[in-house]
Design a protein around this ligand. Structure first.
Ligand code: SAM
Length: 289
């Protein structure tokens, strides 16, 4: 087996297959040999587990996952990489590649069919243009998974793993904290990739909670309210929600008062319970939401 994280080997494989990187697909491949084994180890790739990988590149992380887990199902959008993967992963009989956009894959049904008797984890070096949508999709579907361990831009990692009621939080922070216990595992410099991106990265892990917070009247409306609350950076909760949802500012102010919050409160000041209390109060005032 060739060393897939050796830059010379990677260049040779890509040259033989006439492969050129697509910036639009976020193709920055890992070439630092120490990173993929760490993601696999910390990402629950182990006996008894099936792993879903999103975006294989030439299969450098896929290889480390397949060495450790019982089975790997990897979703890769770029069909030009399929012949490359047939070569680089030929030693593994526990890997299945799906050539599709991960946003179009029914992961619930994939888990039922491919991993009927295994615990499931997600691991990926994510394409950065679609980081938040992929993470939201994984969390909001309530998939039967133990953890999501992904490489993201360092700044995105800080926002994803920010605590509630902190300055750096955003809508995605609320979702992440609602469904999981997030943590930053380690940083990765831009020089670890080919081609190097313009930013540094970090690996984060979301340990999926068995139980989400109590007391939410309507989960869909809760998340609509959260998204509206952060739709206008640095505005008050009242102004953001009034412009992001089809209800007048007076109604939003009434909900803020009903949740015992100050009129000029900002969304980044709210802990989870207060967000829930506010969204519930607003939901009761907006019956046909
Ligand atoms: N795992 C490889 C590595 O670490 O070297 C590649 C990571 S690269 C940052 C992201 C990969 O995701 C690319 O191979 C890209 O083609 C793929 N990709 C981009 N958008 C995707 C999508 N919507 N669904 C599935 N794969 C996607």
């Amino acid at each position: 087996m060739e060393d897939l994280s050796n830059i010379g080997v990677i260049k040779d494989i890509l040259r033989r297959h006439g492969f050129t990187f697509s910036k639009a697909l976020g193709q920055n491949f890992l070439v630092n040999p120490s990173v993929c084994p760490r993601i696999a180890e910390l990402g629950n790739a182990k006996p008894g587990f099936g792993v879903i990988e999103i975006g294989t590149g030439i299969g450098v992380l896929t290889h480390e996952l397949a060495k450790r887990a019982d089975k790997v199902v990897a979703v890769e959008i770029d069909e030009r990489l399929i012949p490359v993967l047939n070569e680089t992963l030929s030693e593994h009989d526990n890997v299945k590649i799906i050539n599709d956009d991960v946003m179009n894959v029914d992961l619930g049904s994939l888990i039922r069919t491919e991993f009927p008797e295994l615990e499931v984890a997600v691991c990926a070096n994510l394409p950065y243009y679609i980081t938040s949508p992929i993470i939201m999709m994984l969390l909001e579907q309530r998939l039967p998974i133990k953890s999501v361990t992904v490489m993201v831009q360092k700044e995105a990692g800080a926002r994803l793993c920010a605590g509630m009621a902190t300055r750096s939080m955003g809508a995605v922070t609320v979702a992440v904290n609602y469904f999981s216990e997030p943590e930053v595992l380690f940083n990765v410099s831009r020089g670890s990739f080919m081609p190097p991106p313009n930013v540094d990265s970090c690996v984060v892990r979301f340990n999926i909670k068995d139980k989400t917070p109590d007391g939410v009247d309507d989960e869909k409306f809760f998340f609509r309210t959260v998204r509206a609350a952060f739709s206008q950076r640095r505005k008050t909760l009242a102004n953001s929600v009034a412009s992001g949802l089809p209800c007048g500012k007076n109604v939003v102010l009434e909900a803020i008062a009903a949740a015992s919050l100050p009129e000029n409160v900002r969304p980044e000041q709210l802990p989870m319970e207060q967000f829930i209390a506010f969204a519930n109060a607003l939901g009761r005032l907006v019956p046909d939401k």
